[in-house]
Unconditional design. Sequence first.
Length: 452
Amino acid sequence: MSHSTPSPSTAAPPSGSPLAAAFASLMGWAFDLFDLFLLLYVASAVGHNIFPAESETLSLALVFVSFAVSILMRPGGAALFGNFADNAGRKKIMVVVLLGLGISTACMGLVPTYATAGVLAPVLFLVLRVIQGLFVGGVSAVTHTLGTESVPPRYRGAMSGLVGGGGAGLGAALASITFIIVSQIFPGDAFNETGWRFMFFTGLLGAALSFFVLRKVEETPAFLEQQRKAKETGVSTNVTFREMLGGRFGKITLLNIALAAGAGAQYYLTSGFLPTYLDVVTPIPPTERGWVLLVASLVVIVSATAAGELSERFGRRITMLVIGVITLVTVPILLIALARTDPSDTVQVVLLACVIAFLANATYAPVMIFLNERYSTAVRARGTAISWNTGFMIGGLLPTFVTLLSPTVADIPSRLVIFVIGSCIVFIVAVLAVPETRGAMDVETELDEIRT
C-alpha cells in the first residue's frame, strides 16, 4: 500500500456533509460505548440481582464475564456488518446497527431478577449481551470509517482521536451523567432494586441517533468513488473473513490486532475499570463517584483529540510510541497511588483519575486512522472493524482476569498494575513492528491493490 499523500487527481471528491458525518461518527461511537459500558456503572446491582454469589469478588467476576460476552461477539459483528458497510455503504449500515444496539441495551432493563426467574435470569441477560456485542462490532465498522472518509485529509488525525478516544470519553461522560441522575432519583437501596433498570432503558437514546443519520448524513465520497470505479473495471470487492486473517491481508491484520489489543487493554484496565475501582478499591459514594468519572471522561475528549492531531503533524507511529512509553512508566504508579488515597480526599482522587484517563486514552487516539490507512476503501470497514474489535476484545477480557486472580478486593490494585504493564509492552512492540501510514488513503492505489 502506498504511503504517499494522495494527489488531487486520485483523492476522492469532498463530502457534501462533513460536519454531519463527523457528528454522527462521534455520537455513534459515544452511544456504542455508552450502551456497552452501562454495565460497569451498575456492576454491583447487576451482580446482586442477576448473578448473586456468596463472594463479592466472584459476583463481580460473573458480571465481568457477561461484559466479556459482548466483547467476544464484537469481531463477529465487525466481520458481518463491516462486509455490509463495504458493499452497501457506511450510512445505511449505521442506521441499522444504532437501532439494534439501542434496543438490545434497553431490553436488559427488562430481565427478571434471579430471585424471580432463577437461572433463566442470567441466561436471558447473557443472550442480550451476545446480541448487543454483534451490534457493537457493527457500530465500529461505520463510525470508524464514516468520519475519516468524509472530512478533509488535514483533519483525519484529529477525527481519529475525537471519535476513537473522544467518543469513548463522551460515552463514559454520558454514562456518568446518567448514573448521577438515576442515582439521585433512586437513592440508596432503591438504585439496587429498580434504578439499575433505568440505566439500561436510556440505551434508547442512542437508537434515536439513527434517524439523524438517515436524514442528515451523506454516503462517504471514498465509498462512492470506489463503487463507481469498481463498476467500471469489474473488480470484485468480496473479501472473506479468512482472507482478512490469513490471506493477502493476513500479516497486516494480525499486526493491527496486536496493536489494537495493547491499546484496548490500556483503555479497559484504566477508564473501563475506574467505575469499579472507585466502587470497591477506593470506595467513594455513588454521587461523588459519578462526578469523578464525568470529569475524567471529559478529560479524555481533550487528550484523545490532541493526540490524534499530533499524529497528523508528526506521524501515527511516533505519536503512539512516545505516549505509550510515558503511559508504561507513569500509569502503574498512579494506580497504586489511587488505591492508597483516602476516599474522602476527593481532590486527589479526581486528579489521579484524570491523569490516568488522560494518558491511557491519548495512547490509542491515532489507532483508528492508522487502521483506516492500512486498508483500501473496498475493505476498510471490514479491516478496521475486525482489527479494532478483535484487539479490543482481547483487551476487554483482561478486567475479568484481574478480578478472578484477586482473592480479595485488596489484591486488585497489584494485579491491575501487572496487566497494565503487560498491555503497554505489547502495544509498544506492535508499534515498533508497523510502518508509518500517514497519507496512505489513496483511492487509485487501493483499487490497484484489490485488483492484484
